[in-house]
Structure formats: C-alpha cells, structure tokens
Design a protein around this ligand. Structure first.
Ligand code: ZN
Ligand code: ZN
Length: 397
C-alpha cells in the first residue's frame, strides 16, 4: 500500500506548485508551540503534529480510527478529524479507541467541541465519554456539541443516547464538576431527522455540513458532507451502497466511504461461515468491489476507503476488489493517516506520533473559566483517613 500511496501522493504533489498558505491569527498555535508554514506546496515526508501551520485555504483530514469494533492496536474504531484553515475543527464519529489517537496529535482542545455521529454503533460512538471528559480535562471550557440523527423511535436517537450516557456517567461528571470549568461539563445535542436529504445540519463561519440517509442495520444512520472554501469532504459512516451517497457526494475532493472486508476475508476474521459473512459484507456493509462501483459513479478527486483491518492478506483482498471496479485516485486509510487538501493538490502521509505524548497545554481562558466548588467525600468517609500519612501543606496557589 505504501507504494500505491506514495505514487498517488507524488502525482498530486507534482501537479501543485502553489503556496499552500500562510499563517493567520486564526490558526496560530497556543503559547509553547511553534510551527512552520508549508512553502511551495512541498510537504515533509511525514506529518509531525503541531509542526505545520495549516494554510488558510487548506483542509487537513486525519484518520483517527479506521478499523472494526473488535479492534487491533493498529486499527481502532472509526473516527475522522477535520481541521480547516479558518481555525475550525470537526470530528466525524468517535469510535472506541479513537481518542488515544486524537490525544497523540496534541490538538488545542478548546477547539475540539463539535462531533458529528453517523450512527450509534459502538465502533462509531464508543469513545464519546472519553472525548467529553478527556477534552474537558485538556482545555475545553465550553460545552461539547453533538450532532446526530434521530432514530425510528425517540429512544433510538442521538438525544436519547447522549442523555443515557450522561446518566450512566453521573458519578464521574459530578466528581469533576467544580474542579473543571463548569461550562465544559455541558453537552449540547442537536438531533436531526435521519431521513432528511442533503439538508443542512450545521452552518457557521462559512462551513456547511449536510446529511442524508445511509442504509445500515436500522433506520437512523446517515452520511455527511462538509463544504468550506470550495473544498468538500464527505464522510460516509456505515452504509450499503445507496443512491443518496452517489448523488450528494458528487463534487467531493475527498469522498470517504466504508470499504468493508469482502466475505472470504470476513469469514475467517470473525470465525463466521460464508453465509453470515456474505450477509454482513454485502447486505449490511459495502464490500470493496461495491465501494469501487460507488466511487466510479461519484468520481471524487480522491476516494478514501476505511472500516477494515489492513493486514497484508486483507489489504490485498480489499485492493483487488476495489480495483476490479474503480481505477481513480484511492487511499485505503490506516489509523493516523493525514490528508492535506488544497485546490491544487492532495497529499497523503502518515503521522508520526509519540506514544508518550503529554496532554496539550491549556489556555489562560481555560485556567480562568468559572468553576463552582470542588467536591469532597462525606465526613463519615473522610473519618477513615489513615493517620499514618499527612499530606504536604497546600500552596497558596
Ligand atoms: Zn455500524
Ligand atoms: Zn461500523
């Protein structure tokens, strides 16, 4: 795959010779971090987080998770992180394991305040509470905004999911409220009709996000497009090939869509028989040859497949399937793959991250944001404190 990607990236890089952009106040990094603008459209071979200033006309998409519900270390569950040159950032899904990769990028968590759910399978929302609390601990001092579809019944929709998660984590949230900025505790849910067709679910700061229905498991799965500054990213979520995607993903610079394991690779992966593997791969999901057909109809600047584990044998099966029906630009995404998009070029690289990267520094706004009183255990519990230990005196500040 590396050869293929390098070829694709090299081709696009050769076409683009314009400046990717210059630093603006909006995308400047917080104190303590420094970065350089990309010059003449020539990028370093690897992406090192927080070393590149995103151009003001540029979009950067990072695959945080590309795998399955039963994860591997190299492929956690689904999540994509989109950064724009105007300073906005967006998360599409936050599947189990994805927040580890998000933290490894050391983002400014004050900005990581919007997540869009494609559907409520655990491999797409399983790290939701990790995102909420982890981001709140790491710089977000405003509510986390969640956008997601309704279900066929109220209890199957995004609002019910978020309310249920808040109840389940009542103890956790109660312990932190007061110690952390009060506003960061809040969850702001926008639930929209899962059947709406290419309607707007978000429009702020020249960014427009639309949704349309996906066909997957039960009613209540959707796909999204994000349009900004003449660039268009499409996030498919999980879906059987559908007419809405083929229509509304048209014009995409990056069209992402699941390219699931084909039946003969899925059967041994889960230990299933061919009947079950064929049903799941070709009736619930989109197998590689079907992904290729969809992309041949959409004709994006680059097709991006995900939702598999790209072991060597799986990679071969998926690539052959896709290439039987599609011969355009292609990335089969791995975790922590980074795609820079401008009007002139699309560059695909791997991020190089530190396994022990510390959490990012927080801002003065975070430090000074209002907090209510810190919580303590009751007197009857505190009465059990062991007198063999005396903590050091509290500093003045
Ligand atoms: Zn799913
Ligand atoms: Zn899935």
């Amino acid at each position: 795959m590396n050869n293929l990607m390098k070829t694709a990236a090299g081709t696009f890089m050769a076409l683009g010779m314009t400046l990717a952009g210059t630093a603006t106040a909006q995308n400047a990094l917080p104190t303590g971090r420094s970065a350089s603008a990309i010059e003449n459209g020539v990028y370093p071979a690897s992406y090192f987080p927080n070393t590149e200033i995103l151009g003001e006309d540029e979009m950067r998409i990072t695959a945080l998770g590309t795998g399955m519900p039963n994860q591997t270390k190299a492929a956690v569950s689904i999540s994509f992180y989109v950064e724009l040159g105007n300073g906005d950032v967006f998360l599409f899904d936050v599947g189990t394991g994805a927040t580890g990769n998000l933290f490894s990028l050391r983002p400014d968590f004050a900005k990581v305040d919007k997540v869009f759910f494609s559907h409520l399978h655990v491999d797409h929302v399983g790290d939701f509470m990790g995102l909420h609390v982890g981001g709140w601990l790491s710089g977000r001092y405003t509510p986390l905004r969640i956008f997601g579809p309704s279900g066929s019944e109220d209890e199957l929709g995004t609002k019910a999911y978020v309310e249920g998660m808040s109840k389940a984590y009542a103890w956790d949230l109660a312990t932190r409220t007061g110690a952390l900025p009060d506003e960061g505790a809040k969850l702001d849910v926008t639930e929209f009709d899962y059947m709406q067709e290419n309607e707007i679910v978000y429009q702020e700061n020249d960014v427009t996000i639309r949704s349309w229905p996906a066909i997957h498991s039960l009613d209540g799965s959707v796909s999204y497009s994000l349009e900004w500054n003449g660039l268009k990213y499409v996030f498919g979520g999980d879906t059987y090939p559908n007419k809405w995607y083929v229509e509304y993903a048209k014009g995409a610079d990056i069209a992402s869509h699941e390219a699931f394991l084909p039946p003969d690779a899925l059967a041994p992966y889960f230990g299933w028989d061919m009947k079950q593997a064929t049903y799941v791969a070709t009736r619930v999901h989109t197998e590689p040859a079907a992904f290729g057909k969809v992309m041949s109809a959409v004709e994006p600047r680059m097709a991006l497949g995900y939702h598999s584990v790209l072991s060597p044998e799986n990679y071969q099966a998926i690539l052959e399937g896709v290439r039987s029906t599609y011969d355009g630009p292609l990335t089969l995404a791995r975790d922590l793959q980074v795609i820079n998009v401008t009007k002139d070029q699309i560059v695909v690289r791997e991020a190089s991250v530190d396994d022990y990267a510390l959490p990012p520094a927080v801002s003065d706004e975070y430090i000074n944001a209002p907090r209510s009183k810190e919580k303590e255990p009751s007197d009857k519990v505190k009465a059990g404190k062991w007198d063999g230990y005396t903590p050091p005196p509290m500093p003045d500040q």
